[in-house]
Design a protein around this ligand. Structure first.
Ligand SMILES: Cc1cc2nc3c(=O)[nH]c(=O)nc-3n(C[C@H](O)[C@H](O)[C@H](O)COP(=O)(O)OP(=O)(O)OC[C@H]3O[C@@H](n4cnc5c(N)ncnc54)[C@H](O)[C@@H]3O)c2cc1C
Length: 325
């Protein structure tokens, strides 16, 4: 069977990828665009309220992704022919599968999912950054027995209990502020000298009576312990071995971008482990663009929307230059 073809394939359908699809469509509604990824599997869809989108009231993440999806549906029928043809309808198609391989065919790309294969003239990678799992002693053993990788998803299960949250940055700050609604006491075990989060969050954290923050706790000193379920965590503070008695441990550490599906492309990587791009979101591979945290962009919804939009515009311009047909 022949591969299905498209002009632009967007790998990752979180807010960054969906913004890229909207931008590329607006730039040129004749482009055939396919976005890949499991629907509603993104960070935004899974995790809590967003309150910092300029001009938008606090919105639940999943509602925001739904709004983007509805906007895409609306655009997709904007110029729909009365009799849909295979080639030009729908304009933006959401393929509900992950990509398992991305190969360079010379001037085009081959995109493989577990069930299908596609050829595209340009590609945008917007797969974000996955959680870092399995780095702490005892972590794997106690998953679903008190260890979680998402405070916002599982925090409410530990109402009235004591919890520890591990990591730094806005992700830990937001997670801790969410947990304070449910947990009796929360201890933040932060590996860096400061929490490295927005001051607005820090101000709320440091004025909450049930939150304690411990800094410079080496990740490799952490060890989850318990019997059947979590009973606590061991850690090293300065040179002292300590133990904290808790019922829940939230590990909120971030990994590097996962691009194993694109390993044959020889993408240039920065010293920080992100995919290297220029100011137009382009990689060292012609026709391949990256948007969002995978290229080291800051992890804020408004920035990621803009970065996705920018990548969509530049990918559409690339296709125009290349001569889309
Ligand atoms: C708890 C929490 C709360 C947050 N709250 C806020 C907030 O209030 N304000 C704010 O500004 N920011 C917030 N953020 C940050 C921001 O929401 C996220 O980081 C943002 O959602 C990232 O969007 P993204 O599209 O770049 O990546 P993601 O949301 O991670 O989306 C990437 C998508 O790519 C998919 N994918 C991965 N691999 C493949 C593959 N091989 N094939 C196809 N698809 C693939 C994933 O399934 C996922 O759907 C929060 C983050 C967290 C974790």
């Amino acid at each position: 069977m022949d591969n299905e073809t498209c002009d632009l394939a967007i790998i990752g359908s979180g807010l960054t990828g969906l913004s890229a699809a909207i931008a590329a469509y607006c730039k040129n509604p004749d482009l055939i665009i396919k976005t890949f990824g499991i629907s509603y599997d993104s960070n935004t869809a899974k995790k809590g309220d967003i309150e910092n989108i300029p001009g938008v009231d606090t919105i639940i993440g999943v509602d925001y992704i739904q709004k983007l999806t509805e906007q895409i549906d609306k655009f997709s029928s904007e110029f729909a022919p009365e009799q849909p043809t295979d080639n030009h309808f729908p304009v933006i198609e959401l393929i509900n599968e992950n990509v398992i391989a991305l190969n360079n065919l010379g001037s085009d790309f081959e995109i493989k999912t577990p069930d299908q294969s596609f050829v595209s003239k340009a590609v945008i990678i917007s797969t974000g950054i996955p959680e870092l799992k399995g780095t702490i002693k005892g972590e794997d053993e106690f998953v679903h027995k008190g260890v979680s990788h998402c405070a916002v998803c599982d925090g409410a299960l530990f109402r009235g209990r004591k919890a520890a949250i591990i990591g730094n940055g806005n992700i830990v700050a937001r997670g801790t502020l969410f947990l304070r609604k449910y947990c009796r006491k929360i201890t933040v075990l932060c590996h860096t000298e400061t929490l490295e989060c927005d001051m607005r969050y820090l101000k709320k954290l440091t004025t909450s009576s049930n939150i304690q923050i411990k800094y410079k706790i080496p990740i490799n000193s952490l060890e989850v312990f318990g019997s059947l379920v979590v009973q606590g965590i061991k850690y090293k503070e300065l040179q002292d071995e300590k133990e904290l008695s808790v019922d829940a441990i939230f590990v909120e550490l971030k990994d590097k971008p996962n691009i194993v599906y694109a390993e044959d492309l020889n993408l240039e990587i920065t010293v920080d482990g992100h995919i290297k791009t220029d100011e137009k979101n382009a990689t060292n591979v012609s026709g391949l663009f990256v948007a969002g945290t995978a290229r080291g962009e800051k992890d804020y919804v408004p920035i990621l929307m803009g970065d996705g939009y920018k990548a969509g515009v530049y990918a559409a311009e690339y296709l125009e230059m290349k001569g889309k047909n």
